[in-house]
Design a protein around this ligand. Sequence first.
Ligand SMILES: CC(C)(COP(=O)(O)OP(=O)(O)OC[C@H]1O[C@@H](n2cnc3c(N)ncnc32)[C@H](O)[C@@H]1OP(=O)(O)O)[C@@H](O)C(=O)NCCC(=O)NCCS
Length: 246
Amino acid sequence: MSDFDVVPTRAGAWSDAQMEALFAEGFPAWIVGDAAVTPLIPRVRDLFAPFDLTLVDHDEQPGATGWGVPLAWDGDPDDLPDTFAGMLGRALALHDTGGVPDTLAVGGAVVHPAHKGTDVAEALLRSLGDVATAHRLERVVAPVRPTRKDLYPLMPIELYAHWVRDDDLPWDPWLRLHVRMGATIQRVLPQAQTMTGTVDQWRGWTGMEFPATGDYVIPRGMSILHVDRDHDLGTYVEPNVWVRHR
Ligand SMILES: CC(C)(COP(=O)(O)OP(=O)(O)OC[C@H]1O[C@@H](n2cnc3c(N)ncnc32)[C@H](O)[C@@H]1OP(=O)(O)O)[C@@H](O)C(=O)NCCC(=O)NCCS
């Protein structure tokens, strides 16, 4: 197992340069374009800080970070939220009504580029599972954002999620890691996140020009961006895959 210490993620604990290095290959710029998610993030960060972990190396450099939210879930795949924002909103609503959670939903994970391809991603997921156990959350689920879906932006997520290699493990590398650790696919979320922005914003997020109304393949896009020049609007819908670890 990787030689890292697991510490709570604390705002300001690491420098901007350290955070930039950690997230250098993290998420595409348009990840901030989900208008349903953005307003929820400050309360999520604040209320669910115990489920936000960072793995640091011997020099106190962050090597990976991941977080989750506590949910109540009856174990039925259809009872899992249909969107990423829905997952966050459900966790907040449970908190606000004093409900008792029983499930940790892993919301995000990132590994420092220098540590990719080691076992730190697995160590991170195990640490999130440990924190779930410590908080009496008996189940762990994740709306997985498949990392190589961008190579197949036209492929339906139903097909991509269940595409396996000769060894019966998922073709997608990140989904594969979850499944290798024992997770099972519960169901796909074809419209997990909807990112919208003006044509200028999409230009900035992608480095592309959008000279006409129409559909565009964008770098790192898991699906197609639709640009409507008349309404100065670009819309991109991203799929996820619900997996259950335990
Ligand atoms: C997703 C992420 C956390 C996984 O960390 P990682 O260190 O790459 O994970 P692993 O090394 O355990 O990789 C798992 C598998 O993916 C493979 N892999 C890693 N990067 C790959 C790439 N770019 N292309 C193809 N396969 C890749 C590994 O070889 C491994 O394959 P194996 O199952 O045959 O051994 C990391 O890639 C990352 O930070 N990505 C950006 C943020 C993100 O998308 N997070 C997930 C959604 S929240």
